[in-house]
Design a protein around this ligand. Sequence first.
Ligand code: 6PG
Ligand code: NI
Length: 194
Amino acid sequence: MTIPFSFRLEAPDFIPSYYDTHIKRTLSAMQGQFLDQNAYDRMRAEDDTLLYEVYEIHRPEVPGELSHGISIVHPGRVGAEYAMTKGHFHRVLDTSEIYHCLKGHGFMVMESPEGEWAVEELSPGTVLYVLPCWAHRSVNVGAGEDLVTFFAYPGHAGHDYGTIEARGFRKLVLDRNGAPAIVDNPRWVKAASS
Ligand code: 6PG
Ligand code: NI
């Protein structure tokens, strides 16, 4: 698009009327990221379940542009752990992101490079500002409903998945007696202090 453009997001699924890429993340893309590895292996042996989808509208990867789109995390659990995205820092670390929750119930688990953590609840109408340098992961705690968010971030930000794959997030969201609980990740690895 070389002229200003618009598209529609409409209930019930909020799939953009225009998008460039449609990413589908399945269980196999989340190898090693769920706490209960046995539960993961059992589920994986049965089916490579679709966990979440991203519809993205691409813009030139330059600071003055904003990439944007829709993230849909489908409901479910692996063991006691709720369905979640991989989570990432932006490759250009000091870049922020805005999320607007359109549907569902969830949490955004966030973490700074130094290991500070923050968890914000998401429900329709929530607007979340993810500060520069904070990694972010969407978690769907809703029973049977998709967690849908609209997101926008600087065009040049990029994604660093490796750091989170290596050290995990400090906090996890697990089901405890039918309700979401934010717990310490026993496998979390504190970043080596520089
Ligand atoms: C981004 C956004 C967002 C995110 C999706 C999927 O930087 O592109 O944070 O679009 O990519 O919610 O999550 P993962 O990128 O962690 O798989
Ligand atoms: Ni991001």
